[in-house]
Design a protein around this ligand. Structure first.
Ligand SMILES: Nc1ncnc2c1ncn2[C@@H]1O[C@H](COP(=O)(O)OP(=O)(O)O)[C@@H](O)[C@H]1O
Ligand SMILES: [Mg+2]
Length: 363
């Protein structure tokens, strides 16, 4: 059986990333220019995929990436272990440089992560370890053209003093080491770079990753069917309309349709309806959970937004929410990455959550 051309779990392989050409060029240039950049956008919009692509493109011509994933850090020890894992995943001459520099401060890259998971009594001091690891990284950047990606950077906000240590260790190396931060939680990311009390205040340009264009989604769907000897039979427009530019949802829908079409055959409406039903079934529980964890004011506001309604005036009073509270709830939903402002409208970012809301709460 063929492999689906529409993977939708986790990041894509670099060669699978399309439809992000100008953003890729911009990011590569920023890294080359040593401009600190924070790539911000909703979950599953392709930040990791795109940066992996940029990293692969750059690595082919010179600058080598060090990838540090800060997903769900809860302690300074986690942070240090994440940096250790990042350095340990580097190969080739850069790795040899990292190892030899580490040896001069009696560190062994790749081992520290394990040592840090020991009970506090037996483990090295996490802050000291983190400083040493970052020191190894910045020293290696004197000898090699390096850049570092801090993926899921909002994780750092959970750690008291975490961003401060990072800033202290890196700030004298902004010229020699390319740095990109990526993160999904808009309010946390914005706070990390735009609040005066934060160590990285005004240190990085925020670059947004938006939805894919309809043309890009259409091209991805058509191309995936074509290269696997299948035909979309005009169903592409359904996927484009439903996904509304959401990269992962577009791929998930395309995959569900694709699995219903044999090689040499053409998709049709019954196949699309079955594909949509399957995807809906798959996301029901997750949507329910997201919704149920929201406070009542945000639930009401989210329903109004999904219904395409305004949260002001008559709509707000139908919600039995004072306009101020609806406004406040909308800001929270934007900050959480559930809703975005698109032109002057508010929009639920995940089209399948919007769809679930409309099905679950018909008006
Ligand atoms: N350029 C793209 N083209 C098509 N699909 C994409 C693209 N970028 C991301 N995706 C889809 O989104 C999913 C999640 O991508 P990922 O890079 O993990 O997002 P993020 O890091 O923003 O959470 C991928 O598995 C893929 O299905
Ligand atoms: Mg990611």
């Amino acid at each position: 059986m063929d492999r689906s051309p529409f993977p939708h779990h986790g990041p894509l392989r670099p060669e699978q990333v399309t439809g992000r050409e100008s953003l890729a060029v911009d990011l590569a240039q920023r890294i080359a220019d040593r401009r600190l950049t924070a790539l911000v956008g909703p979950r599953r919009f392709g930040k990791t995929s795109l940066l992996k692509r940029v990293a692969a493109d750059l690595a082919a011509v010179g600058p080598q990436p060090v990838w540090i994933d800060l997903y769900q850090l809860t302690s300074m020890a986690d942070f240090a272990a994440a940096v250790d894992r990042g350095l340990a995943s580097v190969v080739g001459p850069v790795r040899r440089a990292l190892d030899s520099i580490a040896a001069t401060v009696a560190l062994r890259i790749g081992v520290l992560g394990v040592e840090l998971t020991r009970s506090p009594k037996y483990r090295p001091d996490p802050v000291l370890s983190l400083r040493n690891l970052l020191g190894v990284l910045t020293s290696a950047a004197q000898r090699h053209d390096l850049f570092v990606v801090f993926d899921e950077f909002s994780g750092v906000a959970n750690i008291q003093g975490g961003a401060g240590v990072l800033r202290t260790e890196l700030q004298h190396h902004f010229q020699s080491l390319g740095i990109v931060f990526a993160g999904s939680e808009p309010s946390t990311m914005r706070a990390l770079f735009s609040e005066q009390t934060q160590p990285f205040f005004a240190q990085a340009d925020l670059v947004e990753i938006g939805p894919l264009s309809d043309a890009a989604v259409g091209h991805i769907v058509e191309d995936g069917f074509e290269t696997t000897q299948r035909h979309t039979g005009g169903i592409t427009s359904r996927i484009v309309a439903f996904a509304a530019g959401h990269p992962q949802r577009a791929m998930q829908l395309a995959d569900a349709l694709w699995r219903r079409v044999e090689p040499g055959e053409t998709a049709d409406m019954p196949a699309w309806e079955a594909a949509l039903a399957e995807v809906r079934t798959n996301v029901n529980a997750a949507s329910e959970r997201i919704f149920s964890l929201l406070p009542t004011g945000q639930q009401k506001t989210l329903r109004a937004i999904a219904a395409g309604g305004s949260i002001y005036g008559a709509a707000a009073s139908a919600l039995e929410l004072p306009p101020g509270s609806a406004q406040d709830a909308a800001e929270k939903l934007i900050g959480n990455g559930i809703v975005r402002r698109a032109q002057e409208r508010l929009e639920v970012i995940d089209p399948l959550l919007a769809d679930w809301l409309c099905r679950r709460f018909p008006i």
